[in-house]
Design a protein around this ligand. Structure first.
Ligand code: TYM
Length: 388
């Protein structure tokens, strides 16, 4: 990696400084979420944009305006997101798309499908399927704690649901060459053949006919159903590819809402990741563990307090500030924290203490809303879900 170069793929996120999101928007060919789009959202839904939209955490999109027009005409859509079960517990970064998806579901009152890619983690990690299945079950419980409406949510594990998507998977596989797949994801001759064919599994849920027993497709033509995908921007390559092949399969292109990454506790050059557990906060971490981790996290302040008071700090590289930006739902207070930290009026210890308090209280609420075994089972049942 040369200076200022960054890598953002579903398998790696790294940069030698902060992730340059403007560059990503240019390189990936997506669009910035701007005030005009947010005003349109409010006009059509009657809802104030979520704090993640107001704070620019969800910062980029593909065709969200088209989806809003489609919805305004009373036409059907569903929301699709997912999780690859590679750890027992979700970390705070995973909560970003999940909390946002649950909020979108409340706003639009539409079905949500959540793909659990147990196959992906088997193919890409040194894990046994039996371990992955245990993690998947725990992950589903965490996902439901994000506030989904169980009656409008379908969660499925690929190894169990594949038969229902398989015809679409085949149609997709036939339209993507190995060269194109390798170019998009960085696979090569040493990749196992499961890895190369996996993208078709993540693409298939973008098409309504993958849920023929769930959606009522007798009243609606599948090609009139749109699909909205909230995710962090690392997942975009799958959906760029989907948008290329969708017209050839006579489907609408999926619509994307992309979030930034919650950074690793080690610094803003990479995302919080389950593969670096020391620098990630998991939803089961005790208050003491959270405090310890945040206290050790990368600071944007000066080493010595007197220097900090004189020179101020850089909130944009301060991990505590990033945590607050995502989890402190108070625009005014955030602005004040940014100003005080940048001017040296708020110390590194003070901003860390605030981040501690905010995360501890968020996790307390989160862990108090665990789903029952019946709800976990219900959400995985193949059953009808209406678009409205
Ligand atoms: P996975 O399990 O790596 O991540 C699940 C979701 O969390 C997002 N994410 C983050 N967001 C913000 N900050 C972070 N530090 C962070 N780390 C992860 C991911 O972008 C993702 O949205 N292959 C996928 C599972 C999947 C999927 C999907 C995701 C299947 N179908 C459709 C999104 C949409 C995966 O392994 O995600």
């Amino acid at each position: 990696m040369t200076e200022n170069e960054q890598i953002v793929t579903p398998f790696q996120v790294s940069s030698d400084s902060s992730i340059n999101y403007d560059k990503l928007v240019n390189d990936f060919g997506c669009s910035r979420i701007d005030q005009t789009l947010l005003a349109k959202f409010t006009e059509i839904t009657g809802h104030k944009p979520h704090p993640f939209l107001r704070q620019g955490i969800f910062f980029s999109h593909r065709d969200f305006g088209i989806l809003l027009d489609h919805h305004a005409k009373g036409k059907p859509f569903y929301i699709y997101t997912g999780r690859g079960p590679s750890s027992q517990d979700l970390h705070l970064g995973h909560l970003v798309p999940m909390l946002f998806t649950a909020w979108l579901q409340k706003v639009f009152q539409v079905p949500v499908v959540i793909q659990i890619t147990d196959d992906e983690k088997f193919l890409f990690k040194q894990l046994q399927l039996s371990e992955i299945h245990k993690m998947a079950r725990k992950n589903i419980a965490d996902i439901l704690s994000c506030g989904f409406d169980i009656s409008k949510t379908f969660v499925f594990c690929n190894t169990k649901y594949v038969q229902h998507m398989y015809e679409n998977v085949l149609e997709i596989q036939k339209r993507i060459t190995v060269n194109h797949c390798n170019g998009t994801f960085g696979f090569d001759g040493s990749s196992n053949i499961g890895q190369i064919s996996f993208p078709a599994m993540q693409i298939a849920p973008c098409f309504a006919t993958s849920f023929a027993q769930i959606f009522d497709l007798t009243q609606t033509k599948p090609k009139d159903v749109m699909c909205l995908i909230p995710c962090a921007i690392d997942q975009d390559p799958y959906f760029r590819l989907t948008r290329e092949i969708a017209p050839r399969m006579k489907f609408r292109k999926p619509v994307l809402l992309h979030s930034r990454f919650l950074p690793s506790l080690a610094g803003v050059g990479t995302k919080m990741s389950a593969s670096d557990p020391l620098h990630a906060i998991f939803v089961t971490d005790s208050a003491k563990k959270v405090r310890k981790k945040i206290n050790k996290s990368f600071s944007g302040g000066q080493q010595l307090l007197e220097d900090h008071r004189r020179l101020g700090g850089n909130p944009d590289v301060d991990v505590s500030f990033h945590l607050l930006k995502i989890f402190l739902d108070d625009d005014g207070k955030l602005q004040e924290i940014r100003r005080k930290f940048a001017s040296g009026h708020m110390s590194c210890g003070e901003i860390k203490a605030l981040a501690n308090m905010t995360i501890a209280s968020m996790l307390q609420t989160f862990n108090a809303s665990k789903p029952s075994d019946i709800q976990i089972q219900k959400v995985q049942e193949i059953r009808a879900m209406l678009f409205k």
